[in-house]
Every structure is written in structure tokens, then in C-alpha cells.
Design a protein around this ligand. Structure first.
Ligand code: PAF
Length: 279
């Protein structure tokens, strides 16, 4: 595996690979890599000649300073994991170089960003779109791979690609879970023992509500989920929404598109998100 820190070195190498006719699969990450990321690398390997993974903790997508400071970082471990799993290029630039040119771009995603994560974390998706569009410019991938745990992020990035007329194909990939059902996330390492024991309940509650979907209205499902989270004192529910899987707008009954339930919940000082597909 080639490790590249500087943008110019990356773009030159990518130009060479493109001239050789290679296809590029790209997995953008903020590091602290886990089985979820590895599943993206594996999928990218199956579908492309070359796999590039970026590790960059993007400061401008954090609306909470403490979250940025506490975000887990371990580039040595990440690098070993990527090498073991057949990644071809690790791109790990420094913030001074990525943002040598001040981030003045301003994206607008309309209703897509006015719900859930976008509503709770002002500026977050603009920060995500800025870094992902810059990374796409440098890596020039044929395909880019994203986990469906960040369901809204995928919708935003698809819209960004549409707005920019970018040729990159966005490939959503299924959520990877621990055996006990907890959605795998870089933030899980920050859960203390007791919180880690409780955390699988997030998936359990969503899954249980889904198993009752034939007998309950959407508002009954919503009440059930909210009440279940309230019953466990360690949880502080930020939102639970049942939304159209394309427009991401909250809905009260099934329409033409699929339906997903998205949740954000605080547990022991850690913010966790998860998604359940109802239809
Ligand atoms: O999902 C993430 O890890 C980040 O939001 C991303 C896409 C790498 C942009 O910083």
C-alpha cells in the first residue's frame, strides 16, 4: 500500500493510474477504522482496479468543538488495517494543506438538510460537502462508497454530485453491526462499559417497532419508539423520524418510495445514530 500525505503527490499518481486505464474506488473516512469501513474497502476492491481510502478528521463538519477534540485518532492502526485488507492507496492529508485555501464554498441542499442531522447540527452537511467535493476532485474516483448508517449523508452527497454534474457513482453500503446488534461506529470506542451494554437496545427498539409495522400506524410506531427510549434512563433521545427514503421528509404513511426510521440518541456522553428500514 502506498501512503500519500500531499495533494500534489496524490493527483500525480492518480493521473498516472487513469492513463493506465485503471478504475478507482474511493472510501472517504475520518479514520478510527472498523469493520464497517473494511466492508466498504472490500466492496470497492470487488468493483474497481484500485482502492483509495482517505483518513482525514474534517474540522469544518464538527459543530461541536468537544466532539472534534474527542474524535478517536490512530493513523498507525488504520494504516495496518488498510494494508491487511488490500487497500492500494492511503491518503492522509493535513488540515493545513486541505484548507490552505479557506473553505468558502457554500452548498445548499434545501429540504434535505433541514431535517434530522442537518437540523441538529447546523453547518455539518456544508462541511461534509466541501471536503467530499475536494476529495473527489483530487482522487477522481469512478465510484465512492458510503455506509447507510449515515443515511442522510448519502442523500446529501448524491445531491451534491448532481449539483456539481460530477461523474462519480455513489454506492450506498449496508450497515455493519456487532453480534449484539449495535451499529458499528468509530464513536463506539468512547462508550464506557455500562453504556456499551445498553447500546444494542437502540437497534433492538427499532427492530421491534419494525416487526409490529403491519398492525401499527406510523404515528403509533413513532410513539412506541419514543416511549421505549424514555423507559431507559441512560438514553437521551435527540430525534426519531420515519422518513421517505428519497426526500428524507417525515411521512405519516407509506408513499411511492421506501420508508426508513432514523434515530439519534445520547448515551453516556456519546451521540449515536442508527437506521431501520420499514419498507
Ligand atoms: O462519514 C464520514 O466519515 C465523513 O462524514 C466523511 C464522508 C469522510 C467526510 O468527512
Amino acid at each position: 500500500m502506498k501512503t500519500i500525505e500531499h495533494i500534489i503527490e496524490l493527483t500525480q499518481h492518480i493521473d498516472y493510474l487513469k492513463k493506465e486505464g485503471k478504475t478507482i474506488g474511493f472510501v472517504p473516512t475520518m479514520g478510527a477504522l472498523h469493520k464497517g469501513h473494511i466492508s466498504l474497502i472490500e466492496r470497492a476492491k470487488q468493483e474497481n482496479d484500485i482502492v483509495v481510502c482517505s483518513v482525514f478528521v474534517n474540522p469544518i463538519q464538527f459543530n461541536n468543538k468537544e466532539d472534534l477534540i474527542k474524535y478517536p485518532r490512530d493513523i498507525e492502526k488504520d494504516s495496518i488495517l488498510l494494508e491487511e485488507n488490500g487497500c492500494d492507496i492511503l491518503f492522509c492529508p493535513k488540515a493545513e494543506e486541505v484548507y490552505a485555501e479557506e473553505a468558502k464554498e457554500s452548498f445548499s441542499f434545501g429540504a434535505l438538510e433541514q431535517v434530522m442531522e442537518g437540523k441538529q447540527r447546523p453547518g455539518h452537511f456544508n462541511g461534509v460537502a466541501i471536503i467530499v467535493s475536494r476529495l473527489f476532485d483530487w482522487v477522481k474516483p469512478n465510484r465512492a462508497y458510503f455506509g447507510e448508517k449515515d443515511f442522510q449523508q448519502i442523500a446529501i452527497i448524491k445531491d451534491m454530485v448532481r449539483q456539481l454534474n460530477s461523474p462519480v457513482e455513489i454506492v450506498p453500503c449496508p450497515i455493519v453491526r456487532e453480534i449484539d446488534g449495535l451499529a458499528i461506529s468509530s464513536r463506539n470506542v468512547r462508550l464506557e462499559e455500562q453504556a456499551r451494554e445498553i447500546a444494542p437496545k437502540i437497534h433492538y427498539i427499532l427492530h421491534k417497532s419494525c416487526s409490529m409495522k403491519d398492525n401499527l400506524s406510523f404515528s403509533q410506531i413513532k410513539s412506541f419508539v419514543i416511549n421505549e427510549f424514555k423507559r431507559i434512563k441512560e438514553f437521551e433521545l435527540e430525534y426519531f423520524e420515519m422518513v421517505d427514503d428519497t426526500t428524507l421528509q417525515p411521512i405519516s404513511q407509506k408513499g411511492e418510495n421506501g420508508v426508513v426510521g432514523c434515530v439519534a440518541v445520547w448515551l453516556g456522553g456519546v451521540r449515536l445514530i442508527d437506521v431501520e428500514r420499514y419498507y
